[in-house]
Design a protein around this ligand. Structure first.
Ligand SMILES: [Zn+2]
Length: 420
């Protein structure tokens, strides 16, 4: 925060600022960190500067964030294959408004929708997310009076009043802006009961039974409760502990399983000292989140070591029975085939691949011949109904049954710098 503010002070004034955020940051003791951030930025840059905010659709849009942004948008795809296009659109729109002298769009319609669902139920790969998000582009490309339109699913694993879905449309034509926002919000509300998990789900035992029984391989299992890209610690050892206890994987000639991954900086040091082919022994994981299982003891052979990954820094594969366990110096999400092949692992030839992830990212999705999302414990537990929410707005779908249709009329957010 201070680095950003100091840098902004140093180089101002600015015609425009591009605010590139996810939107689901958590800071202990502070609600709505992104709203707080932009408010502090505004104190430095003032209100003449045009701010274009671009976000992940799993971020949250508080009134304060909406007010301090002049342009605002988010991804239209989950998985986020359009991440770079979204950022480009946000910057292009910003430059266009500056160059043409049009400045801040005159209207920003904001509609909070009392729906809170995980990304694993709202992927745009399947209905109803697919059709709902397909509505956005034609509206936003309606150049005559509308600048952009966006739907935020919001973030389900935090407990603040801002955690819910939002629709926003920005532009210069009041009627078009409000009507477009109200249509998107109503269409979202109307399909709320149709959202379901993007893949089959089950307990870890059921997931392993399906994987072992499958005729086709590799069979992918998402360790969903501890998905680091969703906000899980990434070091929950619960699933790995269960795998190590299973008789099927105790033998080296049994089914092969790749486990990605578990942070274990001390064990990585030992792996480097032992070298490839050497024996290592040490604990892994549960340094951050030990609520579900303690650090897990791994005793095995070092299969490979790789250096230089921007997230993991150092990675090693430790073979324990039939398990190829990736241990990392720092937490790393495994999204791409090369994340495995650079460690000399062959995920396409493995029987089972377990990844700390929710829905599979495109390259993993392309590799699987079978896939199940294991409903495992962790910071991003998919069983939202079991979570002890205290501070989200109520009523909220799907937690409160028989909700009345909420007020989905557009609220016009004051322009930045104008009082409410
Ligand atoms: Zn996201």
């Amino acid at each position: 925060m201070n680095k950003t503010l100091d840098t902004l002070k140093k180089y101002g004034p600015y015609d425009g600022m591009y605010f590139d955020i996810h939107g689901a940051m958590s800071v202990v003791g502070l609600d709505d960190p992104e709203g707080d951030f932009i408010t502090r930025i505004r104190k430095v840059i003032g209100y003449k500067t045009l701010v274009s905010t671009s976000m992940d659709l799993h971020g949250n849009v508080s009134w304060r964030l909406a007010q301090n942004s002049d342009l605002i948008t988010c991804y239209r795809m989950a998985p986020h294959e359009d991440a770079m296009q979204t950022k480009e659109r946000a910057v292009t729109n910003l430059l266009e408004r500056i160059k043409t002298g049009k400045g801040k769009p005159a209207y920003k319609a904001w509609i909070p929708i009392p729906i809170l669902l995980p990304g694993e139920k709202t992927s745009t790969r399947i209905e109803p997310g697919k059709s709902l998000y397909h509505e956005v582009e034609p509206i936003a490309d309606h150049k005559d009076g509308i600048v952009d339109a966006a739907i935020w699913i919001g973030y389900a694993w935090a407990d603040e009043p801002r955690n819910h879905a939002v629709v926003m449309v920005t532009g210069d034509d009041k009627a078009k802006v409000t009507q477009a926002a109200e249509k998107l919000a109503l269409d979202f509300w109307n399909v709320r009961n149709q959202f379901g998990f993007v893949a089959p789900t089950g307990t870890l035992d059921k997931s392993l039974a399906d994987a072992l029984a499958s005729q086709k391989h590799p069979f992918f299992i998402s360790d969903t409760g501890d998905n680091p890209t969703a906000g899980g610690a990434g070091d929950v050892t619960w699933t790995l502990t269960q795998l190590l206890a299973r008789p099927e994987f105790k033998r080296a000639d049994g089914p092969s399983l790749i486990y990605a991954s578990i942070p274990a900086p001390e064990l990585v040091k030992k792996a480097i000292a032992a070298g490839v082919g050497g024996h290592v022994e040490g604990t892994a994981g549960a340094a951050v989140d030990s609520r579900f299982a303690p650090p897990v003891l791994l005793k095995g052979t070092v299969e490979s070591i790789a250096y230089g990954d921007k997230d993991a820094e150092v990675e090693a594969v430790v073979k324990v029975g039939g398990l190829h366990i990736i241990v990392t110096q720092k937490r790393k999400p495994y999204h791409k085939e090369i994340d495995f092949t650079r460690l000399n692992l062959a995920p396409r030839k493995a029987d089972i691949v377990v990844v700390k992830i929710g829905y599979l990212e495109p390259e993993l999705y392309a590799m699987q011949t079978g896939w199940i999302m294991a409903l495992t414990p962790g910071g991003v537990n998919q069983d939202l109904a079991s979570l002890p929410y205290k501070r989200i707005k109520r009523p909220m779908f799907p937690f409160d049954k028989d909700m009345k249709t909420p007020n989905l009329s557009a609220q016009l957010v004051p322009l930045s710098g104008e009082s409410k």
